[in-house]
Structure formats: C-alpha cells, structure tokens
Design a protein around this ligand. Structure first.
Ligand code: ZN
Ligand code: ZN
Length: 334
C-alpha cells in the first residue's frame, strides 16, 4: 500500500491546486498593493480585471506602485489559499491511505493463526478547495475616465489601477471631501482630546486642523487648475496660488475669470482666505500690513493673529467647488 502512496505523492508533485476567489455582491474582487510600505486594499470589477487590466502592470490606486497582475493577491487570500492547499493535499493522502487499507484488509485471509488489519481513522477527507470569500463591499466606486475600468476603495484614490491615470477632477473632489470631513470631525476630536490629553492640547490640535484645511484647499485648487490648464501651455510657477493671477490666466485661456462664477462678496471672502493661507504659511499667522492691504480684511489690526473659523472652511469649500465646476465646464466645451 505504501507504493500506492508513493505513487500518489509523485503524482501530486508539480501539480497545482487552484483556489477560486469569490467576488462580492457587487461583482468586485479584493486586491492589495504589494508595496511593503503601502498595503492599500481596494477592489476591482471582476469582468474588468479579465478584460481591461493587463498582466504586465497594475498600479496601486493610492501610491501608484507598479507590479505585474499576479502580485496583487491580498494577505487574506494568500493565507486562505495556503491553508486550502494543505487541506487538499492532506485529504488526497488520507483518502489514498484509507482506500489502500481497505483493499489490504479485504485481501487478508482468515484461515491462518492471526490476521493483520490496518485502520485509517476518519471519513473521506476534502480534496477540493473552498473559495476565498470576498471582503465587505466598498462604498466609493470609481470608473476611470481614461480606460473605463471600475474599481472601489475606502477613503480616496488617486490613480486608476488599470492604467495608472491620475484624474485631476477626482483628486480635487476627494480633497474637498477630505477638508469637509476634517472640519466635521473637529467636535469629536476636541471632545476625545479633552478627555485624554486635556483642554490645552485639544484646542491646539483643533486649531491646527482647521488652519490646515485652508492650506489643503488652496493647494488642491492650485493642482486642479494646473492640471486643467496644461492644454493651454505651462502656467508661470505657483500662479494658481494667487487668485488674481489665476483668474486672469483663465480669462485669457477660456474667456472667463473667477468673477464669472462668484459674486463680489464671495470673491472678497475667498480672497481673505487666500491671504490667511499666505500669512499662516509665511508669518505664523500674524497679521502684517501686507495682509491688511491685500485682503481688505477690516476685522484685524497689525500684530494680531488670525483666526480660522468653521464658517471660513464652509466658504472655502463652496467657492472652490463653484470655481472648479465652472472652469471644468468651459474646458470640456473647448
Ligand atoms: Zn500602494
Ligand atoms: Zn484607467
């Protein structure tokens, strides 16, 4: 009987056991960035994975790490597959031993003084793998504007996993979502920090979070404009960091400046926020004569420190959203 087992083991050598991967209820399969620093988990549409994705390169939606398609199994899938292969091989060996033992026992004659019987315990063992279950579906589903592949993430994604394309429009709307989420979380963060670290730390962190929203918004809009402006040539360095300069660049490119989409009070409010960003970045937030002159802000005197309120962030998000949509519409029609 051990010859049979040896034969079976030889037969198994070099064989492969395929462990199927299930898709979730929306038809998406799990993937994980193979970069050790990233390990970002996302999902791709199963049909698109077969039809649009290429074997030679897949990109991480978060860090743009590039690797062949076969390297994107999740840690969970690999763990499950290894366990399944072990179970299947164990099952095959067990079943071979069991059937040979039965054959051996049947062949024993009962005429002699004693008989030998061999017992292999347990019933028939599983010789097929159980598919890897899909993780819970992800809410944020994205379709690449360039290659049309569909993928899903938690939080945000910067790159298409099928073609590596970075969507300026999506990145910008993700940034606005992030800013709003930061602002909306301030109260929970403050409450938690007061309990764990004390009032001073809580105030410090929450102030800095709100201030970072202005910086995030200005930089996001700058990148958005640079991306869309590309087709008209290269804009002078950092010009989209300044409202008046950005507006006049658009006016010459698409015949509309920022006043086409924002009212005078909205423009004035956005200008104050741009100037606040400037002194936060370059003067520790302390008001100087240049700020007073450029912003027209009458709420401060020189030497004061500016305050960023939640209303400021609401104004920032709503005005930048209006500008971005207006610019996009004009660019699409050119
Ligand atoms: Zn990554
Ligand atoms: Zn794509």
């Amino acid at each position: 009987m051990f010859n049979d087992l040896e034969k079976e083991i030889k037969r198994l050598n070099g064989q492969s056991v395929s462990v199927p991967i299930e898709s979730d209820e929306k038809g998406y399969i799990d993937k994980e960035c193979p970069s050790a620093e990233c390990k970002f988990i996302f999902k791709v549409n199963k049909a698109d994975w077969a039809n649009i994705f290429k074997d030679e390169a897949v990109w991480c939606p978060f860090c743009r790490h590039e690797a062949p398609a076969k390297q994107w199994f999740t840690t969970e899938q690999v763990k499950h597959a290894k366990a399944e292969v072990f179970t299947v091989v164990k099952g095959i060996i067990h079943n071979t031993l069991k059937s040979r033992a039965e054959k051996f026992n049947r062949s024993q004659t009962r005429n002699g003084f004693f008989t030998i019987s061999i017992e292999v315990k347990g019933g028939v063992k599983r010789t097929y793998p159980i598919p890897v279950k899909a993780a819970e579906s992800m809410r944020l589903e994205i379709q690449c504007e360039k290659c049309q592949s569909r993928f899903a993430v938690i939080g945000s994604a910067y790159f298409c996993p099928a073609c590596g394309h970075n969507s300026v429009v999506r990145t910008f709307s993700d940034s606005l979502r992030k800013i709003t989420a930061k602002k909306d979380s301030i109260h929970i963060i403050r409450k938690t920090l007061i309990e764990s670290a004390g009032k001073d730390e809580a105030e410090l962190v929450c102030r800095s979070l709100l201030e970072s929203c202005i910086l995030d918004g200005v930089v996001a809009f700058q990148k958005y404009c640079e991306g869309l402006y590309n087709r008209f040539g290269e804009a002078p360095f950092n010009s989209f960091q300044r409202l008046d300069q950005g507006s006049s660049l658009w006016r010459s490119a698409i015949q509309k400046g920022y006043s086409a989409w924002l009212s005078d009070p909205e423009l004035a409010a956005l200008n104050i926020l741009y100037q606040k960003r400037h002194i936060l970045a370059h003067n520790e937030g302390i008001v100087d004569s240049r700020y007073l002159e450029k912003s027209g802000d009458v709420a401060y005197k020189e030497g004061q420190r500016i305050v960023v309120s939640e209303t400021d962030i609401d104004i920032l998000v709503s005005t930048l959203d209006k500008l971005s949509k207006g610019i996009k519409e004009m660019c699409d029609n050119i």
